[in-house]
Design a protein around this ligand. Structure first.
Ligand code: ZN
Length: 401
């Protein structure tokens, strides 16, 4: 049976080992340059850091003065445990039912190829003439936090020249008929708490010791965690992204092998994911209060701090949202709005004020990102191309305000 061109391109892309810790970035840049040439669209590269290249494909609009549409994806993928897979994770094996198995099928090599294959299709039908310029961007290093990828790119002169007005980036699969769209993300904070105290001999009742403070700090954080967990479990309408998670992920202190020494300081590390429904300043005020209650001189520092909570409007008054949602109405596809439970490169766009939605067109698909045996069915993949064939022209033709 002959295979659709889009599927072949997708599988070729999956075979490029852009897997951490040493992704084949040179190879992927070559692949993308060739692909752009084949489809007949402009392509340029921006070296945002030595060895870190962003590929930008451009379809110029009829009014280049209007803010453009950015269709973003990252080219890197997370490592695999090969022995846990039913086939080679970089072979892009297609099963009889059309399921394609490979690392990156869901996260997010599918989306990048869907953008460009939609453009190929629209060009063929002579429908790729848009009002606004469209940029398809391919970013390295998303999976390791984007510090040398998107974070650098958004500060680059070449990015500013793109004049981005609205962006699409990754979402998650949805096991039901519906598609999920993400209008916000939780904010990640990593907090290290220092609890100093009076040292002494392990045989005595030492007042104001570090462990007592550690206990109070843990109690405060984990009681809050209990409340949030309860809220999530009892209110049926809430998703993980609607509540704040707190996890004690690190615990240090004491002298190894000398368990009779009460130490003069102990440290705690927390991974905190703050829901956009919670105000950051309120959360920090609460945290400061917990430190005060824990005892004298308990302090904290941020190992990771994000000051922003970007939410993209899903109000009909937003032309981007009304256009986005009207496409799904037209196609008669159901969409569910959610807050992304983790962090992606989209935060760098929202932080500089660019409205952006996280969307990967994968319905009827289990969520398998970063998991063993990640797969996507070719029919679902191709339906995604069709979704973009509607979505891209609609967004690129949003008139001037
Ligand atoms: Zn991703």
């Amino acid at each position: 049976m002959t295979e659709e061109k889009a599927v072949t391109v997708f599988r070729d892309y999956l075979r490029i080992k852009t897997v951490h810790p040493v992704p084949a970035y040179d190879e992927v840049v070559e692949f993308l340059k060739n692909l752009a040439q084949e489809v007949g669209i402009q392509c340029s590269t921006v070296e945002v850091h030595p060895g870190r290249m962003v590929v930008v494909m451009t379809i110029p609009g009829s009014d280049p003065s209007l803010p453009s549409i950015m269709l973003n994806s990252h080219t890197d993928v997370v490592p695999v445990f090969e022995d846990q897979w039913i086939c080679d994770p970089f072979e892009a094996k297609k099963m009889e039912n059309g399921d394609i198995y490979a690392r990156g099928t869901q996260d997010m090599k599918s989306v990048g190829i869907q953008y460009i294959e939609a453009i190929r299709k629209l060009k063929k039908e002579n429908k790729a003439n848009f009002l606004r310029t469209v940029h398809i961007t391919w970013i390295p290093d998303e999976e390791i936090g984007g510090k040398l990828g998107m974070a650098k790119f958004v500060q680059h002169e070449e990015f500013k020249k793109l004049n981005v007005g609205f962006a699409l980036d990754e979402g998650l699969a949805n096991p039901t008929e519906a598609f999920t769209v993400f209008n916000g993300e939780r904010t990640v904070w990593w907090v290290r708490v220092k609890c100093p105290g009076k040292p002494g001999h392990g045989s005595r009742f030492i007042e104001d010791n570090a462990a007592e403070k550690v206990r109070r700090v843990i109690n405060s954080f984990l009681s809050f965690r209990d409340e949030q967990e309860k809220k999530l479990k009892t209110k049926g309408c809430l998703r993980l992204g609607d509540v704040t998670t707190v996890n004690l992920t690190n615990l240090k202190g004491g002298v190894d092998g000398s368990l009779n020494v009460v130490p003069s300081e102990m440290f705690l590390g927390f991974d905190i994911r703050i829901s956009p429904t919670e105000k950051l300043e309120d959360f920090e005020a609460m945290m400061k209060n917990w430190m005060k209650e824990a005892g004298e001189d308990v302090t904290y520092e941020f190992l990771q701090y994000n000051p922003m909570q970007g939410m993209t409007s899903t109000d009909q008054s937003s032309p981007w949202w009304s256009t986005f949602s009207s496409v799904f109405e037209k196609l008669n596809f159901k969409i569910e709005i959610e807050i992304f439970p983790a962090a992606t490169d989209i935060r760098y766009l929202r932080e500089i004020g660019i409205p952006a939605l996280g969307f990967s067109p994968m319905n009827k698909t289990p969520i398998l990102l970063h998991d063993h045996n990640e797969f996507l069915n070719e029919k679902v993949f191709l339906k995604g191309v069709d979704v973009y064939c509607e979505l891209i022209p609609a967004l690129a033709n949003v008139p001037r305000k």
